[in-house]
Every structure is written in structure tokens, then in C-alpha cells.
Ligand binder design. Structure first.
Ligand SMILES: [Zn+2]
Length: 369
């Protein structure tokens, strides 16, 4: 008897469910076109980054491993929990191009275009965990002398000190991914292949080492003495290429476990840094797992000193220092065109000032490090 009652109930439920489903199906079929629009997956072979700005479901649209394109820069959609950031300097020194594509642990793919914070906005890039205290800082100049605070001579006039302009600019942009500061971040240099004819192997190695040390050592002309707490070290020479598909200006599909600095053909950029990062349980920020830097060997004229430099030539050490800023998680900052801060969105020709950090560069580095 109990069995029969329960079976009857079960049948009753089935009928009820079937009725509901039937009604639902009718509604779906009536609303057919609208329903199709709701799952509007990108169909292009290379997905325009704009199409992913508001997020798209990776599984529903089969996005993992697809190429995302922004201008001449592209990356692959990474696995859930991972992200790839591509940052490239324009070959004409104009605004740099930046693209981050992240896949959240729940499978939402989001593209973040550009990385220059809006002056005055509080947190323009929540998808990449932008440090809000840094990103919220509008373009400003402040007097670094008051922070240095080492005025011992009562007749000393701080206003008479002519520090570089970058020492009065406070802006920075930490993108929210960082190396494990308890370990030494190591890089390889391929200085045997694809070098421009005017750059010797020894010079390229020396420049790469110098650029890395400018970041880790907090080198500046502002009399600011505190270093960021990150150790960067040259590991070894390599014949591997950086993990970048040069002809397409594209960060490679998968990491190769090597952080390589090299030369290669970047069709429309001075330099490109590809940084891979992932969610790290217990961390405030995302953890960098690999970062590669490529300097262009085709359309760019590099110089190793700005003495006598004229025309459209670029100081290799200044640009490499900027790239190592990306390598540790820094984004671009706006300036008014003078490229004073190392992480400026502009690159000035015949200008070596980015070899040393400005006030904002140091403030940014000290957020994660
Ligand atoms: Zn850049």
C-alpha cells in the first residue's frame, strides 16, 4: 500500500513537471530569436577584444585557446584561473597598447583593453585587480623634496633643488599581478640571435641586466632611498626564443617555463612584454608564473647612448627598463607627453630618462613589493 501511494505521487509529480516543461518549451519557441541573441558567441577566428570586455562564458562559447585581437596585438584565451597580459610600445612612441585576457575560475573570459587609469576614477580595472589606491591617482605633480625630508641646512631652500620632473610625478598603475617576493625572479637572455647589427651580444646582455637592476634596485635621481622588495637576477644565456609569436605580435599559447629576453621582428612595436599570471590561494594579488620580453629588430633604430642622438631612435636601456616594469606587474601611466616616468604610456625618442625611476614608478613598485 505505501508503495502504491508513493508511486501515485510520483506519477502525479511527473505529470506536473511535464506540464511545466511543456509550457516552458512553448515560451522558448515563441521567443526564439531573442533567445538566440542571448547566447551570442564570438564567431571570428580572431576575436576582437572589444567583444569580451563585458565577459563571455568560456564553455558556452568554446573560447579556451582562441585568439583575442587588439589592434596588432593578440593573446590566447587562457585556462580557468589564468590570465595573460600583453603590453607593447608603439614604434612611433605614441600611446602603448595593452591587452589582458583572463579566464576566471568559474569560466568567464574577460578582456581588459588598455591599462592607463582614468584620472579621478576609483578602480577602472577591477577585472585585473588593479590596486585602487594607485590607480585612483590622477595625473599630478608633487614636491618630492618634502617627502625626502633630509633638510639639515636651515638655509637650504628645497625649491632651489632641480630634481628631474619625474621626481614630482606621483602617478602609478599596479596591474594586480606580482612575482613571489620571497623568491628571486630570474630571466634568461638570448643575445646570439636576431640582434640588430649595431648592438653587440655583450652590450645587449649588459643592457638587460642594467634594466632589471633599475627596477629591483629602485634606481632614481630623486634622492629616494628605499628599494622595492623584489629580487631580480640574470640566470643564464639561452638560445631559446622568448615565448612570443613575433610575426603576429602574439603571446604564445602556452607558457614554456622560461622568462626570456630577446630580439625579434615585432611588426609595429618597439618592444613587447607577455606576462602570464594566475589566481593564487591566499594571495591578495595574482601570481606571475612567466614573463617574456622581446625587443624589435626590424623597424626600430636602437641607440645605447643618447649623446648625439637625433631623429627617430630609441634608447635601448630606457625601453628595456620600462619592459622590466611590465615584467614585475606595472601598467602604463598617462603623462602630458614628456615621458618623464619610466612607466609612461609614451616613449620619447633619443631620451634615456626612463632608465631611472620617477616618484610614481617607485610608489607603484612598493604596492606589491
Ligand atoms: Zn609599455
Amino acid at each position: 500500500m505505501p508503495n502504491r501511494i508513493s508511486r501515485t505521487k510520483a506519477v502525479g509529480l511527473s505529470i506536473g513537471t511535464a506540464l511545466v516543461m511543456s509550457t516552458a518549451w512553448s515560451l522558448v519557441s515563441v521567443a526564439g530569436p531573442a533567445n538566440a541573441a542571448a547566447v551570442d558567441c564570438p564567431t571570428e577566428e580572431q576575436i576582437p577584444a572589444e567583444d569580451l570586455q563585458s565577459g563571455e562564458n568560456a564553455a558556452a562559447c568554446d573560447l579556451i585557446g582562441r585568439v583575442v585581437l587588439l589592434n596588432d596585438l593578440s593573446v590566447y584565451v587562457p585556462d580557468p584561473g589564468e590570465g595573460i597580459t600583453a603590453q607593447a610600445e608603439s614604434a612611433t612612441g605614441e600611446d602603448a597598447t595593452s591587452l589582458t585576457v583572463e579566464t576566471s575560475l568559474d569560466g568567464t573570459v574577460t578582456a581588459v583593453i588598455g591599462d592607463v587609469p582614468d584620472p579621478g576614477s576609483q578602480n577602472p580595472d577591477p577585472a585585473v585587480g588593479t590596486d585602487s589606491s594607485g590607480a585612483s591617482e590622477a595625473f599630478e605633480e608633487t614636491d618630492a623634496v618634502t617627502e625626502v625630508g633630509e633638510v639639515v641646512d636651515p638655509d637650504f631652500d628645497p625649491l632651489a633643488v632641480t630634481l628631474p620632473r619625474a621626481c614630482r610625478m606621483s602617478e602609478y598603475n599596479f596591474l594586480g599581478h606580482m612575482w613571489d617576493a620571497n623568491e628571486t625572479a630570474k630571466f634568461l637572455v638570448n643575445n646570439t640571435e636576431a640582434r640588430p647589427s649595431n648592438i653587440t651580444a655583450a652590450k645587449f646582455l649588459a643592457v638587460a641586466k642594467a634594466a632589471a637592476s633599475h627596477i629591483s634596485g629602485g634606481h632614481n635621481d630623486c634622492d629616494i632611498a628605499s628599494n622595492p622588495a623584489i629580487n631580480i637576477a640574470f640566470s643564464a644565456l639561452t638560445t631559446y626564443n622568448s615565448n612570443i609569436n613575433g610575426a603576429e605580435n602574439r603571446c604564445a599559447a602556452d607558457g614554456d617555463g622560461r622568462n626570456t629576453v630577446d630580439f625579434g621582428n615585432l611588426t609595429s612595436f618597439l618592444a613587447l612584454t607577455c606576462t602570464r599570471h594566475k589566481n593564487q590561494p591566499g594571495w591578495t594579488y595574482r601570481k606571475i608564473t612567466e614573463s617574456d620580453i622581446r625587443m624589435d629588430n626590424t623597424s626600430v633604430s636602437w641607440v645605447t647612448t643618447t649623446s648625439g642622438c637625433t631623429g627617430n631612435k630609441y634608447d635601448m636601456e630606457a625601453v628595456a627598463t620600462h619592459e622590466f616594469g611590465h615584467w614585475v606587474g606595472m601598467g602604463h601611466v598617462a603623462d602630458d607627453g614628456d615621458s618623464d616616468l619610466t612607466m609612461s604610456v609614451h616613449t620619447a625618442s633619443c631620451n634615456a630618462s626612463a632608465r631611472t625611476l620617477g616618484k610614481g614608478d617607485l610608489k607603484g613598485l612598493k604596492v606589491p613589493y
